[in-house]
Design a protein around this ligand. Structure first.
Ligand code: PLP
Length: 448
C-alpha cells in the first residue's frame, strides 16, 4: 500500500488525481488554484486571495457558500440516520423532498426518481424511456433525438446524447441510437429572420422523424438553454413547437434542467414559465442542493406513469437504481436549501435582478472585442468577437476570451471560459453592487 506522506495539496493532486477534462500530456504537471474556504459569493485561495465565484462553482451554488442552515441540516441528518437502502427502506428526507419538488415542477410532473448527479439523472431518464417503450410493447421505439451543442453529462448514455463532438474524442459513443439536430443558435440564422430560422429547425425535426420512422423514436432531449455551449438561447417559441411535434408522434420530451432549475432563470423550473413548454420528464441536479452535497434526479408526468403502472404494468419492474438514490443526507441538504431559498425569496431575487444583470453585461458592448451578450435570468455571457459578423468567433476570438478570463482571475473574478464566450452565472444571492464589481472587472480585462 502506498504510504501517505505529508506533501503539498498540489503535489498530492498532481501525483494521484485524474481530474475531469484531464489533458493527459499534462498529467502530473498541470497547475490550478487551491481553494481553502468560501463565504457568500466569494472563494478564497491558499495564498489568501479572495475571488468572486462568477460560475457559481459549476452553475450550482445558488445560496452561496457557508450557509449555516445547509451545514446544520447535513450534520443533523448524518448524525440521525446517515444511510438507508433505497431498495428496502424509506426515510423522511427523500419523501419530503420529492413532495416538495413535485409542488415546484410544472404540470403533472409529480413522480420523482433520485440519482447522484446530473449525468446519472439523464442516464436514468433515458433508461426510463427504454423501459417505458418495452413495457408498452414497442421495442423498436428506442432512438433519442438530441442537438449539436447540447451537453448532458459524462455517463455512457448521457455522453452519447451530448452534441459537443470535442468531448467524444477517444471514447466509444453509442451513436447508432442517437440522432442529432442542428444547434438552435440564433446566430446561425444568417440572412433568415429568427422566425424563419425556427421554421427551418422545426422542419428539420419533422423530416428527421419521418426519415427514422416515428415508431423508432423514443425521446427528444434538450436543455432549455444550452449552457455548456456558452449560453445559447434558442429562438422564442422553439420548445413549444418541438413539444407539439413530439406529441404528434408519441415521443417523450425530456427537458434537461440540470443548470436551469432551482432559480437560475428566475423560476424554480425554467421549462414552463421561461420557455413555455411543459415537458414529460425534467432532469435536475446542481442547484437542488446548491452544491453542498451531490444529488440529482428526474421528474416524470403522472400521464406517462399511468401508461405503465397499475393495471398497465404488464408485470414489469423498473430495475434501475443507485446505492445513493434517496440518500438521506443529500435529500436533507436539498430540503434545507429549498427552505432557505423560499424564506429569503432567492428565486424572486434572481428574477428581479435578471434585468440589471443583463444591462450590466450590455454596458460592455461599447468595448472593441465585446461582440454580443446573451442571458436569461442570472446566467449570461459576453461573446468576444473581434469581427461581430462572425457567428461563432474565430481562433483569435477564443484566444482573446481566454486572455480576458486570465486577467479577470488576476483581478479577483473567476469566469467560465467557453470558446469565445466569457460566461457568468453567479450565486443567486449576488447583489446589484456585486454585479457592478463583476462587470467592472470584466471591463478592465476586456480593455487591457
Ligand atoms: N446536463 C446538463 C445540462 C449539465 O450542464 C450537466 C453538467 O454540467 C450535466 C447534465 C451533468 O451533470 P453532472 O456533472 O452533475 O453529472
Amino acid at each position: 500500500m502506498a504510504e501517505i506522506q505529508e506533501t503539498s495539496v498540489t503535489s498530492a493532486r498532481q501525483k494521484h488525481i485524474v481530474r475531469p477534462s484531464q489533458e493527459m500530456a499534462s498529467l502530473g504537471k498541470d497547475d490550478m488554484p487551491v481553494l481553502t474556504k468560501a463565504e457568500g459569493i466569494y472563494v478564497y485561495a491558499e495564498d489568501g486571495r479572495r475571488l468572486i465565484d462568477g460560475p457559481a462553482g459549476m452553475w450550482c451554488t445558488q445560496i452561496g457558500y457557508g450557509r449555516k442552515e445547509a451545514v446544520d441540516a447535513i450534520a443533523h441528518q448524518a448524525s440521525t440516520i446517515s444511510f438507508a437502502s433505497p431498495w428496502y427502506m424509506s426515510t423522511s428526507p427523500s419523501a419530503r423532498l420529492a413532495e416538495k419538488i413535485a409542488s415546484l415542477t410544472p404540470g403533472d410532473l409529480n413522480r420523482i426518481f433520485f440519482t447522484t448527479g446530473g449525468s446519472t439523472a439523464v442516464d436514468s431518464a433515458l433508461r426510463f424511456t427504454e423501459f417505458y417503450n418495452n413495457v408498452l410493447g414497442r421495442p423498436a421505439k428506442k432512438r433519442i433525438i438530441s442537438r449539436i451543442d447540447g451537453y448532458h453529462g459524462s455517463t455512457g448514455l448521457a455522453a452519447s446524447v451530448t452534441g459537443r463532438k470535442g468531448s467524444w474524442a477517444n471514447f466509444d459513443i453509442e451513436t447508432d441510437r442517437v440522432s442529432f439536430l442542428s444547434s438552435p443558435n440564433p446566430r446561425h440564422a444568417g440572412s433568415r429572420t429568427e422566425a424563419e430560422f425556427l421554421d427551418d429547425l422545426v422542419k428539420e425535426f419533422e423530416d428527421r422523424i419521418e426519415a427514422l420512422g416515428a415508431d423508432t423514436v423514443a425521446a427528444f432531449i434538450a436543455e432549455p438553454l444550452l449552457a455548456n455551449a456558452g449560453v445559447i438561447i434558442p429562438p422564442k417559441g422553439y420548445h413549444a413547437r418541438f413539444k407539439a411535434v413530439c406529441e404528434k408522434h408519441d415521443i417523450l420530451y425530456i427537458s434537461d434542467e440540470v443548470v436551469t432549475a432551482f432559480g437560475r432563470c428566475g423560476e424554480w423550473f425554467a421549462s414552463e414559465k421561461v420557455f413555455d413548454v411543459t415537458p414529460d420528464i425534467i432532469t435536475f441536479a446542481k442547484g437542488v442542493t446548491s452544491g453542498y452535497v451531490p444529488l440529482g434526479g428526474f421528474a416524470i408526468s403522472d400521464a406517462v406513469i399511468a401508461r405503465i403502472s397499475g393495471e398497465n404494468a404488464n408485470g414489469s419492474w423498473f430495475n434501475n437504481g443507485f446505492t445513493y438514490s434517496n440518500q438521506p443526507v443529500s435529500c436533507a441538504a436539498a430540503i434545507a436549501n429549498i427552505d432557505l431559498m423560499e424564506r429569503e425569496g432567492i428565486v424572486d431575487h434572481a428574477r428581479a435582478t435578471a434585468g440589471y444583470f443583463r444591462k450590466a453585461l450590455e454596458s460592455l458592448l461599447d468595448l472593441p472585442g465585446a461582440g454580443a451578450v446573451h442571458s436569461a435570468g442570472l446566467v449570461g455571457c459576453v461573446q468576444c468577437l473581434l469581427d461581430p459578423s462572425q457567428p461563432d468567433g474565430t481562433e483569435e476570438d477564443r484566444a482573446f476570451a481566454a486572455r480576458v478570463d486570465e486577467i479577470c482571475f488576476d483581478l479577483g473574478l473567476i469566469v467560465r471560459p467557453i470558446a469565445e464566450r466569457c460566461v457568468i452565472s453567479p450565486p443567486l444571492v449576488i447583489t446589484r453592487a456585486q454585479i457592478d464589481d463583476v462587470v467592472g472587472i470584466l471591463r478592465k480585462a476586456i480593455t487591457q
